[in-house]
Design a binder for this molecule. Structure first.
Ligand SMILES: [Zn+2]
Length: 90
C-alpha cells in the first residue's frame, strides 16, 4: 500500500519540492538581511571609525571656551560602544 511516508520520499526526490521545503527558512534569512541592510542605509548617525556602521551618534556636548565658541561634542557608537570626542568652533 502507498503510505504517506512513501509520498514524502517521492516528493523529496523532486528538486522543486526540496526548494519549496527550504523556502520558509530562506525567506526568514533573507528578511533578516534586508532589515540589516535597511538599517545601514537609513542610519542617521556618522560612520563609526571602529566598526564602519552608520551608528556613531552625538550623545552630549559642552562649552569649552564660550569666548571663541569652542564646544566639545561627545559621540558614541550604538553598535560597538566606541566613543569619540571632537572639538568644534560654532
Ligand atoms: Zn562602532
Amino acid at each position: 500500500m502507498f503510505s504517506l511516508k512513501d509520498l514524502n520520499e517521492l516528493l523529496d526526490k523532486m528538486p522543486l519540492w526540496k526548494r519549496m521545503k527550504e523556502s520558509p527558512e530562506r525567506i526568514d534569512a533573507l528578511e533578516k538581511r534586508i532589515v540589516s541592510l535597511e538599517k545601514r542605509l537609513s542610519g542617521s548617525g556618522d560612520i563609526c571609525p571602529k566598526c564602519k556602521q552608520p551608528t556613531l551618534e552625538l550623545v552630549s556636548s559642552k562649552n569649552i571656551n564660550e569666548l571663541i565658541g569652542l564646544r566639545q561634542f561627545n559621540y558614541k557608537c550604538s553598535n560597538c560602544g566606541f566613543t569619540d570626542s571632537r572639538n568644534k568652533v560654532d
